[in-house]
Design a protein around this ligand. Structure first.
Ligand code: NAD
Length: 452
C-alpha cells in the first residue's frame, strides 16, 4: 500500500504542485509479480580490463531476455536503459576508477524509472596490495553516493566477489539486485564467496518443495514473508503466539501453510518446531527468525521487565531455538546446507533514542549471525540478517505523525518500505542460488539516513 503523500504527488494535480514548490517526489516503486520480466529495457555493461565477471552478467541477462549494450567511455544511448552493470573486480589502481566515472556517468543520464546500477568489486580485505585494497574500497563510497543521486525509484548496490566464489555464485545475487524484488534496497554492499551453487530450475519458484519455519507470521512483516515464501514454492510453517491464533490461521489458510501457535520464549520452542517439521519432512530447510517486539523508553527509565522481555523475544529465543534445531540428531532439525535468516533492524546498526533494549537485541542478532555463519560454514548452512528501516506496518503506524513522516522520507527513495520488500530480501537469502552468501547483513531501508 503506497502512502497518501506518494499517491498524491504521483497524480496529475499533486505532481504539478510538488514540482512547482520543490516538494520531494517519491516514485511508486516497481515490485515483483510472478512471471515478470527481469528488466523492462536494455542493460549497459562495462568494466575495467578483462572484466572477468561480465561473462556471467551476459549469461544472466541473455537467459532473462534482456538486450545488452556494451558501453564505452562517453557512449550515448538511443533508448532508456533499465540497468547499468560495471565490473570493477580487476581494478587495481586509483586511476582505473576514472573508467567507471567515464562509462557509468553518461549511462546514468539515460537510466529510466526504477533503474538499477550494480557495481561488481573484489573484496578489499582479500587484497594484498595497498593501492588495490584502497581502489576496491573506493567502490563502496562510489556506490553509496550513486544510490543517493539516483532519481525516480532507482537503486545502486555493490556486489563483492570473493576469491573462493565460483563462476555461478554471482548469478542469483545479480538477478535479485537487478529485479523488482530489491525495490527498497539501495546503497548496500553484499559479499559473495565460498559455496556450492546449484543450477536454478525455475527462477520464479526458487524455493519449490522446501520446508520453511517463519516466526511472528500472524501479521506485519512476518505474514508477508510467509506469502513470499509460499509464492516461491515453499511449504511454510507459520509460528505466532496463541493470542494471535485467529490472524495466524487466516494467514496460514490463505497460503496453504501450517499454523503453529507457540510463544518462542518458551523453553521447549525449538523442540515444538522440530516436532511440527517432522510431520512434513525429516529435516527443515529454512528458519526465519522474524518475531520481535519493542518496549521503548529512555535508557534511564528502562526497567528490568522492559529490558528482559525485548532481549528474550528478539535475541535469546533465537539462541535457544537454534541450539535445538542445529543438533544433527534432532528429527525435524535444520539440514546441512540449510538456511537461517534473522530479522535485525537499522536500530541495531545506528542505535535509536528510547530503544537501547531493542537496539541491543538487534545488534546482538547481527553479532550472532556473523559468528554463527563461520561456525556453520562446514555444514554449508548460511546465516544472514535483514535489517529493515522504516516499513509501513501496524508497528510504524503507531509512531506519532511528525516522527513517522521523518522516518518515512529520510531515505534515498523518499518513502517507507513495504513488508513485502523485507520478505523478498529474506527469500533471496533463503534461495539455493544464495549458497555463496553468508554472514551478511542487508539493510532494506531505501538507504535511510537513520541508523547510519
Ligand atoms: P509486528 O508487531 O506487526 O509483528 C510481530 C509479530 O511477532 C506479531 O504477530 C507478534 O504476535 C509476534 N510475536 C511477538 N512475540 C512473539 C513470541 N514471543 N512468540 C511468537 N511470536 C511473537 O511487527 P513487524 O513490524 O511486522 O516486525 C517484524 C520484525 O521486523 C520484528 O523483528 C521487528 O523488530 C522487525 N523490524 C520492523 C520494522 C518496521 O518498520 N516495522 C523495522 C525494523 C525491524
Amino acid at each position: 500500500m503506497t502512502d497518501g503523500y506518494t499517491k498524491f504527488v504521483n497524480g496529475g494535480f499533486g505532481k504539478k504542485i510538488a514540482g512547482t514548490v520543490g516538494l520531494p517526489q517519491p516514485t511508486v516503486l516497481r515490485r515483483y509479480k510472478v512471471g515478470q520480466d527481469l528488466l523492462e529495457g536494455p542493460a549497459a555493461i562495462a568494466g575495467v580490463g578483462e572484466a572477468p565477471a561480465l561473462e556471467v552478467v551476459r549469461k544472466v541477462l541473455a537467459d532473462s531476455g534482456v538486450s545488452v549494450v556494451e558501453a564505452q567511455a562517453d557512449s550515448t544511448y538511443d533508448s532508456k536503459l533499465s540497468a547499468i552493470v560495471f565490473d570493477a573486480t580487476a581494478a587495481r589502481t586509483i586511476d582505473e576508477l576514472q573508467q567507471l566515472r567515464a562509462t557509468v556517468g553518461p549511462a546514468m543520464k539515460s537510466l529510466g524509472k526504477n533503474g538499477r546500477i550494480i557495481v561488481l568489486s573484489a573484496v578489499p580485505a582479500q587484497e594484498t596490495d595497498v593501492e588495490a585494497a584502497a581502489t576496491q574500497q573506493a567502490l563502496e563510497g562510489i556506490t553509496r553516493s550513486l544510490g543517493k543521486e539516483m532519481r525516480a525509484g532507482g537503486t545502486a548496490n555493490l556486489l563483492r566477489i570473493g576469491e573462493q566464489a565460483s563462476d555461478d555464485a554471482l548469478a542469483g545475487p545479480l538477478r535479485f539486485f537487478l529485479s523488482a524484488r530489491s525495490a527498497y534496497v539501495s546503497g548496500q554492499p553484499v559479499t559473495i564467496d565460498a559455496g556450492d551453487v546449484p543450477t536454478v530450475e525455475d527462477v520464479h519458484v526458487p524455493l519449490a518443495g522446501e520446508v520453511a519455519v517463519i516466526t511472528g507470521a500472524a501479521r506485519g512483516i512476518g505474514a508477508e514473508i510467509a506469502k513470499v515464501f509460499a509464492r516461491a514454492g515453499a511449504k511454510v510453517i507459520a509460528v505466532d503466539i496463541p493470542a494471535a491464533g485467529d490472524s495466524l490461521a487466516k494467514v496460514a489458510n490463505s497460503i496453504g501453510a501450517t499454523a503453529l501457535q507457540l510463544d518462542i520464549t518458551s523453553p521447549d520452542a525449538g523442540e515444538r518446531i522440530a516436532k511440527a517439521v517432522a510431520q512434513h519432512a525429516d529435516k527443515l530447510d529454512i528458519i526465519v527468525h522474524n518475531a520481535g517486539i519493542t518496549r521503548d523508553k529512555l535508557f534511564v527509565n528502562t526497567d528490568e521487565a522492559r529490558w528482559g522481555s525485548v532481549l528474550d523475544v528478539n535475541l535469546q529465543s533465537q539462541f535457544r531455538m537454534n541450539k535445538v534445531l542445529l543438533d544433527p540428531s534432532v528429527k525435524g532439525g535444520l539440514k546441512d546446507g540449510g538456511r537461517i535468516v534473522s530479522v535485525a533492524s537499522i536500530s541495531g546498526i545506528g542505535g535509536n533514542r528510547g530503544q537501547s533494549n531493542y537496539a541491543a537485541s538487534k545488534a546482538g542478532v547481527i553479532g550472532m549471525v556473523r559468528q554463527l555463519s563461520q561456525e556453520l560454514a562446514d555444514r554449508k548452512i548460511t546465516v544472514n540478517a535483514v535489517a529493515p528501516g522504516f516499513i509501513e506496518t501496524e508497528m510504524t503506524a503507531k509512531i506519532p505523525m511528525g516522527t513517522r513522516e521523518v522516518g518515512r522520507r529520510l531515505n534515498s527513495l523518499l518513502q517507507g518500505g513495504q513488508p513485502v520488500d523485507v520478505g523478498e530480501a529474506i527469500a533471496f537469502f533463503a534461495e539455493p542460488s544464495s549458497a555463496a552468501v553468508t554472514g551478511q547483513v542487508l539493510r532494506v531501508c531505501g538507504q535511510s539516513q537513520l541508523g547510519a
